[in-house]
Ligand binder design. Sequence first.
Ligand code: RIB
Ligand code: CA
Length: 318
Amino acid sequence: MKKMILDLDTGVDDTLAISYALGSPEVELIGITGTYGNVLLEQGMRNDLAITDLLGHSEVKVYPGLPHAEKADSFSVLPVSEFIHGKNGIGDIEIPDSSRRPESQSAVDFIIDAVKTYGDDLVYVPTGPMTNIAAALRKAPEIKDRIGKIVLMGGALTVCGNVSAWTEANISQDPDAANELFRSGAPVTMVGLDVTLQTLLTYKETKRWRDLGTKASTFLADMTDFYIKAYETTSPHLGGCGLHDPLAVAVAIDPTLVTTLPINMQVDVDGPTRGRTIGDNTRLNDSHKSMQVAVGVDVQRFLDEFMTRISRLAEQAG
Ligand code: RIB
Ligand code: CA
């Protein structure tokens, strides 16, 4: 069975990503590495522990990542993130704190150890800034040739960004780290706004969770309704909320859900387009393409898998 690490800034859609992973028999979630973004690092890890408890998976360990970008002194949550994910990151829905605590091993060391242990069988899915994986690649560059694959949520190649016309939120938090990853030669699939804004959830689906009537399903319904409501203000043209992070997990499990463009990518780190994800001109003629960018998605098949896997998990969790 493939082993999966989720690197999360937990967040509503990060919570749905955890749910998708735990609802998927093809993978074992061997750990969550914490990052910052939708919430501060500490709040995200608190959420990870509480959510995995609620979903009946207290065996999942949480490892503390870096609290901000290497080139920054600190990190503050943007007001728009609070508006979309709530002050607590999970739609301001209260769930009990876990009695567990994050591990003492750092996220960076856990990632490096996991690559050395599982190699090709390991898939790493970052759905926040790329700060932790960039630090791991700096500390142990050899892991780029040993890791199975990295499937990230972030970036936008064929559509505009969601923070500015050219920048997507996860990349914007730490463009330097994302650029290090993109240019590292590691096998990366980018699942960006090109496809995640095509996979939308509505109140119709969350009602199915509410009707299940379990604690877990009611939490998921209430939390996701908060997120859908925020999208009604921020992106009224979409008619639902973007399933960014769970789509990355789904693609990590079943790459046939998307069509991809093989391309060597970079992130602009200087000048006015800082944070833009774009092809790297200097590697245009390299015959080896280390990255794949998702540009098409089988929307209905993904939504069916999403509802089946998460509903089953939420029912079993009680
Ligand atoms: O741009 C969408 C991404 O930003 C998602 O990962 C969301 O959770 C936020 O981190
Ligand atoms: Ca996220």
